[in-house]
Design a protein around this ligand. Structure first.
Ligand SMILES: *Cc1c(COP(=O)(O)O)cnc(C)c1O
Length: 344
């Protein structure tokens, strides 16, 4: 396997994260062997997949002389929490632009954002969606006036720079799989802002195009993520072709790219659950000791199991599910799960 050139990165993640088989689940399903890539364990207080992208994005910010990271997401955004903690780790300032409504209590990720010392601005949901660029401009100007150097990180750190996170993770996964003596037939991940899917899709395209990559959407449509993956990869190719001896043009590269997004497991909407999702979360926790979250990984894993049952992977021997983190997202759903404690 050829090894990838890399642009500058800061070290935030503890790599490699473990890859291990879920053999009780595999036996129960009677299908391909399912492996889990434990990227919930990257670092920054279980910040999951965002840590890998931030390693490259923050290096880019530092290269530009920036000292203030401005980013956005929902009130319980894992990405915003990761950015807040990464900023504290690096001695930078973080400003989070959050999409309301703000729930009554300071819980989960918002609690961690506050403890990590981030500046936090919460906007009404409709206003946020309609005016995000203007809000970013407002805060950028404010920081420039104060003599700071702001750097805007887009939603989920999913852009041409962030692609590196899962491009290099693909190499890590293939090396680990090879040490176990197999080549995955497919990699499967949750997809929310598209950067993880884009990195894995590009990674397999460059390193081993026989491996399928499937992004299971937690919002938006398959068409949206197919296009978003190509946009991120095109941006990446425009920016980094100089690192490679021969890379097709961005147009050719994105035309060659085989992108698969599956949008049948979103349920009622982003961060809105359904009974089969909650059932998947509790059964995997007791069967394998693996904790999924209701917003991202739970939907993706439920989708993977359904796709296996429907025969999509009939010819596959090994599938790697990329666990992207999100455990703090489980707590707001605490009342849905049965309390099995017996009081004596
Ligand atoms: C952000 C996130 C995702 C989605 O990754 P994208 O690269 O934004 O598509 C998946 N799982 C968890 C836990 C996340 O926080």
């Amino acid at each position: 396997m050829q090894s990838l050139p890399l642009p500058p990165k800061v070290k935030l993640a503890n790599l490699p994260t473990p890859l291990r088989p879920l053999d009780r689940l595999t036996q129960q399903l009677g299908g391909p062997r399912i492996w889990i890539k434990q990227d919930e364990l990257t670092e920054l207080a279980l910040s999951g997949n965002k840590v890998r992208k931030l390693e490259f994005v923050i290096a880019d910010a530092l290269q530009q002389g920036c000292d203030t990271l401005i980013t956005c997401g929902g009130v319980q955004s894992n990405h915003c929490r990761a950015t807040a903690i990464a900023a504290a780790r690096m001695g930078l300032r973080a400003h989070l632009v959050l999409r309301g409504p703000m729930e009554g209590v300071q819980d989960g990720n918002l609690l961690l954002d506050n403890l990590a010392g981030a500046e936090i601005s919460v906007y009404d949901g409709h206003y946020f969606v309609a005016n995000l660029e203007a809000i970013f401009e407002h805060w950028k100007t404010k920081y420039l006036e104060q003599g700071n150097q702001p750097y805007v990180i887009p939603m989920g750190a999913s852009n041409g720079v962030g692609v590196w996170g899962y491009l290099s993770a693909t190499e890590e996964i293939l090396q680990q799989a090879s040490a176990f003596g197999f080549t995955p037939d497919a990699l499967v991940c949750a997809t929310g802002s598209g950067g993880t899917q884009a990195g894995l899709t590009l990674g397999c395209h460059l390193l081993n195009p026989t491996i399928e990559v499937h992004g299971i959407a937690v919002c938006d449509s398959a068409a949206y993520f197919n296009a978003k993956t190509k946009t991120d990869v095109s941006e990446w190719a425009q920016r980094y072709s100089n690192l490679f001896d021969q890379l097709p043009s961005p147009e050719d590269l994105t035309a060659e790219l085989s992108v698969s997004s599956i949008d049948r497991y979103i349920g009622p909407g982003y961060a809105q659950g359904y009974p089969e999702l909650f059932e998947t979360i509790s059964s995997l926790a007791s069967l394998e000791g693996v904790f999924l979250d209701p917003v991202y990984t739970g939907k993706a894993f439920y989708g993977l199991i359904q796709e296996i049952k429907q025969g999509r992977f009939a010819n596959a021997e090994n599938i790697v599910f990329v666990h992207t983190g999100g455990i703090f997202g489980l707590y707001p759903y605490r009342n849905i799960f049965e309390n099995r404690a017996i009081k004596y």
